[in-house]
Design a protein around this ligand. Structure first.
Ligand code: SAM
Length: 305
């Protein structure tokens, strides 16, 4: 890149440059990432890059591309560079204020949609999403469930700004109330006690020890508060399980996404709590027990109080 002046660059030479740089920084899928960044900057599809490989690229775009490639070389996640990710076939804006939604979380959303089909035809289905982040779960549920009325909570005001922006983009702002605070705290003024059909959450679940061994891309760039939950990673599960009875409708559902090897300890916490029908887990595409589903008893016994 040093011996040529920027205006001499074409689509194909920029892809070659980007791939080379990213390979040198040990980025997996170097060429793919170089292409994604360039197509994002040129506002075209990745395949379109191959239609006009010799097309010259404007100097201003070349400079931004070089900068983006440099960031990617420092392991900044691709999604924070393009400010874009896909979740359940919907486009979400993301930046460093939010965790990048992961494909396994789609399983949580699909399970809620499935369970909602067996609910009697209430006028609205009230859902609470604890730790909404980019709003991926809350927005997708609002979009795909006609009767959904969603309360989306996050402790991070920055994350809620991103979530609101995404809700506006997907035209579901009117179906979601965004609330800033700790777990169920901000729900208190909405009179939702014993009225919630679904409590769903993909909370932070990494232990403070495990955090040190996360890939650099995650550890250095995704929000710490979105990742870590106490010294065993289970702190927020304990806190949610302790409070959940107050909010769920009898027969309402609690759904958690959990980390690897957390399914059994989380099921144990639910069984110790004692007001759920037998909690179960669902495996993700890598055969990891990923989603915990617990339905509250129709009537609760002594342990629940
Ligand atoms: C793992 S991220 C999940 C984001 C999004 N729901 C998703 O699935 O992509 C966890 C989110 O929980 C939020 N959070 C962490 N502690 C919280 C708490 N005590 N109360 C509410 N939200 C919390 C973080 O700010 C973060 O946005």
């Amino acid at each position: 890149m040093k011996t040529q002046s920027p205006h001499e660059y074409t689509v194909s030479s920029l892809i070659r440059y980007g791939s080379r740089e990213l390979k040198a920084h040990e980025i997996d899928n170097a060429r793919l990432d170089a292409e994604v960044i360039l197509s994002h900057l040129l506002c075209c599809r990745r395949l379109d890059l191959y239609v006009h490989p010799d097309k010259p690229v404007e100097n201003s775009v070349v400079a931004i591309y070089q900068d983006a490639i440099q960031k990617r070389g420092q392991k900044v996640p691709l999604q924070y560079i393009t400010h874009q990710t896909e979740f359940m076939s919907l486009d979400f804006y993301v930046d460093e204020r939010v965790l990048i939604p992961r494909p396994e979380t789609e399983l949580l959303v699909e399970t809620v949609i499935e369970k909602s089909k067996i609910m009697s035809a209430a006028d609205e289905i009230i859902l609470v999403d604890i730790g909404t982040g980019s709003g991926a779960i809350a927005i997708t549920l609002a979009k795909k469930m006609e009767k959904a009325r969603v309360f989306a909570v996050d402790i991070s005001a920055g994350a809620l700004d991103v979530a609101r922006m995404n809700a506006r983009r997907h035209e579901v702002l009117h179906k979601i109330t965004f609330l800033c605070g700790d777990t169920f705290g901000p729900l208190k003024e909405y009179g939702l006690e014993s009225k919630v059909h679904f409590i769903v959450t993909n909370p932070p679940y990494v232990s403070s020890d495990e955090f040190r061994y996360l890939p650099k891309e995650v550890r250095d760039y995704e929000p710490y508060i979105a990742l870590v939950s106490g010294c065993d990673g289970l702190l927020i599960f304990r806190r949610i399980i302790a409070q959940v009875k107050q909010w769920l409708l009898p027969s309402g559902f609690l759904l958690f996404e959990v980390g690897e090897r957390q399914a059994q300890p989380v099921i144990q916490l639910l069984e110790d709590r004692g007001c759920f029908k037998r909690p179960s887990s669902i495996k993700d595409y890598q055969n990891i027990d990923r989603i915990i589903v617990a339905q509250m008893e129709d009537e609760c016994g002594q342990n629940c109080h």
